[in-house]
Design a protein around this ligand. Structure first.
Ligand SMILES: NC(=O)c1ccc[n+]([C@@H]2O[C@H](COP(=O)([O-])OP(=O)(O)OC[C@H]3O[C@@H](n4cnc5c(N)ncnc54)[C@H](OP(=O)(O)O)[C@@H]3O)[C@@H](O)[C@H]2O)c1
Length: 385
């Protein structure tokens, strides 16, 4: 649907992307070093209720590989943290995100991307899109595509054969998790669907099973991860839920969630596991975000890339909205993003680049652990099968 009152007169098409603090002290310090230093995380959380949305920076240099078209971007911040978004009434959170959207409209944006938790709240962008004049996308369709591609590539680097592998999706009943599970069910031997609700998991298993698909197992117990070589985790939990004790030596964990699902303890305690951040892509053109959002230069989250792709393609229409994302949507945005020059980027883990040497070390450590563990404790948990 093309909306009313689109801003006119921009020499260059402009998109806006909403960011918000995830780790309150670290993220507030990136824009306001003094506030970040003197306030505690809890104080920032509390005061964020009263902060207005703010303009963060202009994004320049993004240029389509296919058409040479350049677009301009705006980072604008919704002040709420994920914890605040869960604590406050839904309509209060909508109101603040809509206010942030109005700021984007005022600054000349022709499309708006909802970053991180602003895309999770309530009906995943539907109410926000209905209220704003500019079109809106959550970016979740391209996030799904890049998350699964990251897992495939990491499996290749770790010598894990996808078609023989046992994999898991944690948060499998969520909007991103469901489609990731659907894609992986066509590629792996066994797939664990892990979530909080037995009923929703059973429903999903019924929907996904079929000839040529992976053997599907369900569990509400994270201990099921001990069966899996490949894990894609994408819940909206605000605390880490993947702990080191569940994980197999040599396994790959792709963490798409923001805030992260994987505990920092995994990186600290397990040098035999490859943990990667899901969802990082290379951006076409000499992009400058004029703001440090935690990535090296030239790289963005896949959800940002979806918003940028739509702007580059002149598709100023509501795109990925709501909790039911379709495969067709994922395929379409993947083709468009690839056409304009977005690519899966190298891997990062807990804010650091993952090098080929590190992957080699993980493989060696995993091999020696496997040798020590052989013949031991693989099926010690009582799991739903
Ligand atoms: N990296 C990126 O580029 C990118 C882009 C977009 C989104 N994201 C992130 O992806 C995550 C998921 O987004 P979504 O849109 O799929 O959210 P969603 O539709 O709300 O789904 C979240 C899932 O997480 C589960 N969950 C919530 N709290 C949990 C907990 N404490 N323990 C275990 N499971 C829990 C929910 O279970 P129930 O079904 O039982 O409620 C639900 O299945 C969010 O962290 C979001 O910020 C990342």
């Amino acid at each position: 649907m093309v909306k009313r009152n689109l801003p006119h007169g921009n020499a260059v098409d402009t998109f806006a992307f909403i960011i918000h603090p995830i780790d309150p002290k670290r993220d507030v310090s990136r824009k306001f070093p003094l506030l970040g230093r003197i306030l505690t995380g809890r104080q920032i959380d509390f005061f964020s209720t009263f902060f207005p949305p703010i303009y963060i920076s202009e994004i320049t240099g993004i240029t389509s590989d296919a058409t040479g078209k350049e677009v301009r971007g705006l980072f604008i911040a919704c002040p709420y943290t994920p914890r605040r978004m869960l604590e406050l009434p839904e309509r209060t959170v909508y109101r603040k995100i809509i206010q942030t959207g109005h700021l984007a409209e005022k600054l000349g944006a022709k499309i708006l991307g909802l970053g991180a938790f602003t895309s999770v709240v309530g009906d995943a962008g539907v109410t926000i899109a209905k209220t704003l004049d500019i079109p809106v996308t959550t970016g979740d369709a391209y996030t799904i595509s890049i998350a699964v591609e990251s897992l495939r590539e990491a499996a290749r680097l770790m010598d894990i054969s996808l078609k023989d592998a046992s994999a898991a999706v944690v948060g499998a009943t969520g909007s991103i998790g469901k489609v990731c599970a659907e894609l992986l069910a066509e590629e792996v031997a066994e797939l664990w669907l892990i979530g909080r609700s037995q009923e929703k998991l059973e429903e999903l298993r019924t929907r996904l099973q079929g000839p040529g698909r992976a053997g599907l197992k369900i569990s509400t117990d994270m201990a099921a991860l001990s069966h899996c070589q490949l894990v894609l985790t994408v819940t909206s939990a605000i605390h880490s839920i993947v702990q080191p004790e569940y994980l197999q030596p040599g396994s790959v964990i792709c963490d798409v969630a923001r805030p992260r699902d994987v505990s920092a303890m995994v990186a600290a305690a397990r040098d035999d596991i490859l943990v990667i951040d899901g969802g990082m892509v290379d951006v076409p053109g000499p992009v400058d975000f004029h703001f440090n959002f935690g990535f090296p230069s030239g790289k963005a989250y896949a959800c940002m890339a979806e918003t940028i792709t739509l702007a580059l393609d002149g598709r100023f229409e509501d795109y990925t909205l709501g909790k039911e994302i379709t495969r067709q949507h994922v395929d379409e945005i993947t083709a468009l993003a690839t056409k304009h020059g977005f690519r899966l980027s190298g891997f990062r883990s807990f804010e650091h680049e993952v090098t080929a040497e590190q992957i080699d070390i993980v493989r060696q450590r995993a091999r020696s652990k496997h040798m020590k563990l052989s013949g031991s404790t693989q099926n010690r948990y009582g799991l739903n099968q």
